[in-house]
Write a protein that binds this ligand. Structure first.
Ligand SMILES: [Zn+2]
Length: 304
């Protein structure tokens, strides 16, 4: 176990702080913990688990229905681009500079029944299980704006506590920013990070290998390894946008990426190219940063 308190706060320039890397390392390490996976697995309705299990079994046992056949056979890397990017990229000449991506994958599709089982899970999680916490929440009782008192935390386990008070009806609402999966699962509230941490654990608990992606702007989501490639999954969005819609953020939220990084327990990977149709612009933004930054990130991440 490394010593958290020996690490200074901002050894990487903002927003790439050591805390982020430690947090993602610790959260994704929990994705390997059988006790935690069992804990979150019990929360998922039996029918949904059963449907996913049947679909996964099909892909493993039936040669005809093997998901691998949906994989892009030309791809030398596990990292393929998403359907929506592949569809759009045909006319995008700014993209030609990026050669290491295979984008003959525009026909990638997964069996409908498999998508249905994931859709069930996404809808249950968003509609029935989790509750979103607004940045400026209003009072549940009287609808008035709540006042925030922020108590900073000093570990990945509790990054901070947001306490909200209603000056009119005296209601109090506390929102601890947990890094521990079980606590997030018990609390059932959060913003994109809590949703992503927990949903990633749930996916891993149903045998779908899943990691965490952060855009280092203001959002994070998951990627799951399905059919031989990493697929974008964002439990905070509404299906079908929540599944395999990599270009959604850039198109709709005008994201200006520098680094989009994917975190698993053992590695961090630069996945920016999967989420942009404006690769040259990304490179222009990057040129202002130290060239060695990504290497530095990776070395640090391996070490902690
Ligand atoms: Zn109130």
């Amino acid at each position: 176990m490394f010593d958290l308190f020996n690490l200074s706060t901002n050894s990487f320039s903002y927003p790439f702080t050591k805390q982020h890397f430690i947090l993602y390392k610790q959260v994704t390490s929990q994705y390997d913990d059988p006790d935690i996976l069992q804990y979150v697995n019990l929360l998922v309705p039996e029918k949904i688990k059963k449907d996913i299990k049947i679909e996964l079994k099909k892909t493993n046992t039936s040669k005809g229905a093997n998901l691998d056949k949906y994989n892009n056979s030309n791809s030398s890397t596990n990292h393929s681009i998403c359907n929506d990017l592949a569809d759009d990229r045909g006319d995008d000449d700014t993209y030609n500079t990026k050669e290491d991506l295979s984008y003959s994958s525009s026909t990638i599709s997964l069996p409908i029944s498999f998508l249905d089982s994931l859709k069930e899970l996404l809808i249950w999680f968003k509609k029935d299980f989790m509750r979103w916490v607004d940045k400026n929440p209003s009072c549940d009782n009287c609808g008035r704006q709540l006042a925030l008192e922020y108590i900073p935390g000093d570990t990945w386990e509790i990054r901070g506590i947001e306490n909200y008070y209603c000056s009119f009806c005296s209601a109090v609402f506390s929102f601890p920013r947990y890094g521990k999966i079980k606590e997030i699962a018990d609390n059932r509230i959060g913003r994109c990070s809590e949703w992503t941490f927990l949903f990633g654990a749930i996916l891993n608990s149903v045998s779908i290998k899943t990691r965490i992606v952060h855009d280092f702007l203001d959002h994070c989501w998951n990627e799951s390894f399905i059919g031989g490639r990493w697929i974008h999954i964002d439990s905070t969005l509404t299906y079908p946008i929540s599944f395999d819609h990599c270009s959604y953020y850039e198109k709709n939220w005008n994201k200006k990426y520098i680094f989009v990084l994917a975190f698993s327990k053992s590695n961090l990977e630069d996945v920016t190219a999967s989420y942009t149709m404006k690769w040259n612009q990304v490179l222009n933004r990057r040129s202002e940063l130290k060239q060695t930054q990504l290497d530095k990130f990776q070395k640090f991440y391996q070490k902690i």
